[in-house]
Design a protein around this ligand. Structure first.
Ligand code: MN
Length: 248
């Protein structure tokens, strides 16, 4: 059995029973980053994860919510000093959210500027259909020594993946990314020392139900097939990458 698995982008507060979801991560020893979509969710999530060994909470303002919630940036900034992890943040240029892209950029810029100063933060970043602008902004606002950035559910091109790697980004890979040939071949070419795993549960599915952190084992097995390695080797690499990402 695989142990020490990592789910570096999950929304535990969106499951029907968040305390039970947290308890399961603890019981199975799955290192889980639970991201939030609005800063309003921060206090409650922090409270739920308090004292846990495996679960950490990220402070977010989701780009898909910026059109309605840009005014929550002040609240995000209020909680910012308490947070080591930042997410879900970023940009989304898919048709449904394209209209708010300029506003999203203003918000993401403020977020990156905050992350550029003071204690170092670890970011889980959304970049749907807008990888170039996301990387431009990271380069502009985060000094290279301070870039602890994980691109979550990366669906950019091979060239964009190579540039993201040069910029210093990690990639959290989920099962959906391994279903399509185009994305599979991009994942196959990522440097092994930049790969993390995620479910993005409950937004991905497994066996007809929302995926949960324990489903990471399937992603690790699939990654092993894509990379021609043993699942245990992938799990060990991901654990090592997480350690490097978090090292002071
Ligand atoms: Mn997400």
């Amino acid at each position: 059995m695989l142990t020490g698995l990592v789910d570096f982008h999950c929304h535990l507060d969106l499951y029907p029973d968040p305390p039970a979801a947290i308890a399961e991560c603890e019981r199975l020893g799955i290192y889980t980053l639970t991201v939030t979509t609005t800063p309003k969710a921060w206090p409650q999530n922090q409270k739920m994860a308090q004292g846990t060994r495996y679960v950490r909470v990220a402070l977010g303002l989701h780009p898909q919510l910026v059109a309605e919630r840009a005014n929550e940036l002040a609240l995000w900034e209020k909680y910012f000093p308490q947070a080591r992890y930042i997410g879900e943040v970023g940009l989304d240029a898919s048709p449904r959210f394209y209209r708010s892209l300029d506003q999203q950029k203003l918000v993401f810029e403020r977020i990156l500027q905050s992350c550029g100063k003071g204690k170092e933060k670890v970011l889980s970043v959304h970049s749907t259909r807008v990888v170039t602008a996301v990387l431009d902004m990271i380069e502009r606002h985060l000094p290279s020594a301070r870039r602890r950035v994980v691109l979550h559910w990366f669906t950019g091109s091979g060239a964009e993946a190579r540039r993201a790697t040069k910029v210093g980004c990690y990639f959290s890979v989920n099962n959906e990314m391994l279903q399509k040939d185009r994305h599979r071949s991009i994942v196959a070419a990522l440097p092994l020392d930049r790969i993390l795993t995620e479910t993005d549960g409950p937004f991905t599915r497994r066996d007809g139900r929302p995926a949960k952190p324990s489903d990471i084992s399937f992603t690790v097995e699939e990654l092993a097939r894509v990379r021609g390695l043993e699942a245990s080797e992938i799990a060990a690499a991901v654990r090592m990458n997480l350690r490097t990402l978090l090292s002071e």
